[in-house]
Ligand binder design. Sequence first.
Ligand SMILES: [Zn+2]
Ligand SMILES: [Zn+2]
Length: 179
Amino acid sequence: MRLESPRSLAHAGRMLDGVPFELSGGCTCRGVRYRVTREPLIVHCCHCRWCQRESGASFALNALVEAEHVALTEGEVDVVHTPSASGKGQRMSRCPSCRVTVWSNYAGGGGAIRFVRVGTLDEPDRLPPNVHIFTASKQPWVVIPEGATRFDEYYQASKVWPAASIERRERLRERLGRW
Ligand SMILES: [Zn+2]
Ligand SMILES: [Zn+2]
């Protein structure tokens, strides 16, 4: 079930045609701007009820990237503590003015992994999901493409992530779960 270089991960950690990987994004009022300088470890499309409620929509699209590769370039973020399904909470980084959440952190990754909200990128189309999770609670009209990697609930990264992403996560090991 391991992912084989899905399109958005095919160039993990490399230069793309000599140009370093870079994506920019920000909130609606443009008070907060950020830059992602590394290919995501993985992109989740989460269909859990918690993400549905937090987004007010049908799923959340999150690109998991090491915190040091997600840099604020404008403004500051307010960190809001929100309950999460695990009971350990989620910390959402929001624009202090327009309140859009640009990324969040969960207990598992702690401060080391930011879950960047793909919809806040200037070019969100560049990061389609690699896995669909919590599909047991997906809204029935949402049709997951045939052949897509999907899980009724969560999954074990060690069995699914591309080898390059596993290596990168290994390097974070000491910091995972810490704030
Ligand atoms: Zn804003
Ligand atoms: Zn979710």
